[in-house]
Design a protein around this ligand. Structure first.
Ligand SMILES: *Cc1c(COP(=O)(O)O)cnc(C)c1O
Length: 384
């Protein structure tokens, strides 16, 4: 049996150990320390996002963003339905009500028109399970799924029209941009993840970013147990243990040195699949819209069983038999048992995409031999 080909495994560049060793040599093993400061600077410089708080996860970053925006029990928070559950879970940590919004078919991300319908319904008290008086949502969470930039200009226009802050979930989109502006820097607050499967990793970690230094400082304070300036431990607010450790940040500093290369490799994987599978009936790839640059975190393909003669499960089975990992797309939140009772606005475009899509192995460490192997299996199972 050949070695397993994973969907998106961690990929070290070489200099990570140097920074981790520095942390050991100086005994900066505790949270905070020079690697945390250095990693935050690296991200700020790379993304031009302003200020950065390095945290223990992307989920923690979304949670703190909601806390900073004053989200409380019973508040409404609008969230893209087509995403990983970590975009939506923190809404419930705050006791708030998620209002899910459909995707548009071009980027698979939040549909600006469905967003506006959702806001109007919230304002007019037409959202089931909430007070009839109507309520302005406290935040909007769009996502750049699989690294593909969402239609941020249109989304920000709608948000500005109604005066609602945007938390931009760029967990999968570090290195992606729209008209030269990095994903994660359009919203009032932006979120990155450095989990093991993301484009770069700190083994586990995340960041909250934004232009407002006060807000990011507040996030740092909340993430380190909300200590008041006093010699004893004194607290006037509820805090969290969400800060990134100096050891993890050392890995992050090394990874930042190879981020652009890793983006290029993932984009090359995508081009390889696209070229090699051209002409196979019933397969289609997600195109970049004008001005969009995707990090192609994962290459996804939609399968039309009527034309391809196979469905996505048969493709996944054929790959699994050869020890190759593939996955369905994220199952939309409005279709998840845990979120079934919350409102959803749209025509279930994301549900249809979910039904026919597959994520192909996309790691930056894939070899050409791996890619050829995968393509061969796909060509065999799709006999057209
Ligand atoms: C990975 C991910 C997160 C959460 O990040 P963690 O660092 O794993 O907590 C949030 N949103 C999306 C879209 C993600 O893919």
């Amino acid at each position: 049996m050949q070695h397993k080909i994973w969907l998106s495994p961690p990929h070290m560049g070489g200099s990570e150990e140097k920074y981790v060793k520095e942390a050991f040599d100086s005994n900066w093993i505790a949270p905070l320390g020079p690697n945390v400061d250095g990693f935050e600077e690296d991200i700020a410089k790379y993304t031009q996002c302003g200020h950065v708080a390095a945290l223990s996860s992307g989920t923690a970053a979304i949670h703190l963003a909601l806390v900073l925006l004053g989200v409380e029990p019973g508040d409404l928070v609008i969230c893209q339905s087509f995403t990983f559950s970590a975009s939506a879970n923190p809404i419930r940590y705050q006791g708030a009500i998620p209002v899910f919004v459909d995707s548009e078919a071009e980027t698979w991300n939040m549909c600006p028109e469905a967003l506006e319908s959702a806001i109007k319904a919230c304002l007019s008290g037409k959202v089931s399970g909430t007070s009839k008086k109507g309520k302005k949502p406290k935040a909007i969470i769009p996502v750049h799924l699989y690294g593909m930039p969402a239609k941020m200009e249109a989304i920000m226009d709608v948000a500005a029209k109604y005066g609602i802050p945007v938390i931009e979930d760029a967990a999968e989109a570090l290195g992606s941009s729209l008209k030269g502006r990095m994903c994660g820097t359009f919203g009032d607050l932006g979120v990155f993840s450095f989990n093991g499967n993301k484009i770069i990793t700190t083994s586990g970690g995340g960041a909250l970013v934004g232009q407002d230094v006060e807000q990011i400082n507040k996030a740092r304070y909340l993430s380190t147990q909300a200590r008041d300036p006093a010699p004893h431990y004194q607290h006037s607010e509820i805090g969290y243990n969400y800060r990134m450790s100096n050891v993890c940040a050392g890995i992050g500093r090394g990874q930042m040195k190879v981020l652009d290369q890793w983006v290029e490799r993932r984009r090359n994987n995508h081009m390889f699949y696209r070229e090699a599978l051209r002409g196979l009936a019933g397969l289609s790839f997600l195109e970049e819209t004008e001005g969009a640059y995707s990090n192609r975190w994962l290459t996804t393909v939609l399968v039309d069983p009527g034309k391809a003669g196979v469905d996505r499960m048969m493709i996944m089975d054929a790959l699994a038999k050869e020890n190759i990992e593939s996955r369905p797309l994220w199952k939309p939140m409005h279709l998840q048992p845990v979120f079934r009772d919350y409102p959803f606005f749209g025509k279930n475009i994301c549900g249809m995409i979910f039904d026919s899509g597959v994520c192909l192995p996309s790691g930056s460490s894939l070899s050409e031999k791996n890619l050829k192997n995968i393509v061969q299996i796909l060509k065999k199972v799709i006999k057209t």
